[in-house]
Design a protein. Structure first.
Length: 95
């Protein structure tokens, strides 16, 4: 879970060290880190820029995530970025 000032996780419920690492990357680097980088006031514009600037393959995946989760494009874009951080995704996907 991420708040404007903190990242917290119930690590005692996680089965292993790899799960803790993925959670910290997902919540800390992506959700918390992106908000620190873009600033809370500019987060919507930042996510719009990411979505509008990504390639067709990434855009299609974000649209699929938005439909599957019944959420908006910005939330799906942020989740996509968080999953990239969590998985250590190859940056060549953005080409």
């Amino acid at each position: 879970m991420t708040s404007p000032r903190n990242v917290s996780a119930c690590i005692f419920r996680m089965p292993g060290e790899a799960d803790v690492e993925r959670t910290l990357l997902h919540e800390g680097v992506a959700h918390y880190g992106l908000r620190k980088l873009a600033g809370h006031k500019h987060m919507d514009a930042f996510l719009d820029d990411i979505f509008n600037g990504c390639g067709e393959k990434v855009r299609d995946e974000i649209l699929r995530m938005a439909a599957a989760d019944r959420t908006d494009i910005r939330v799906a874009t942020e989740e996509y970025l968080a999953r990239m951080a969590e998985d250590g995704t190859d940056r060549s996907l953005w080409d």
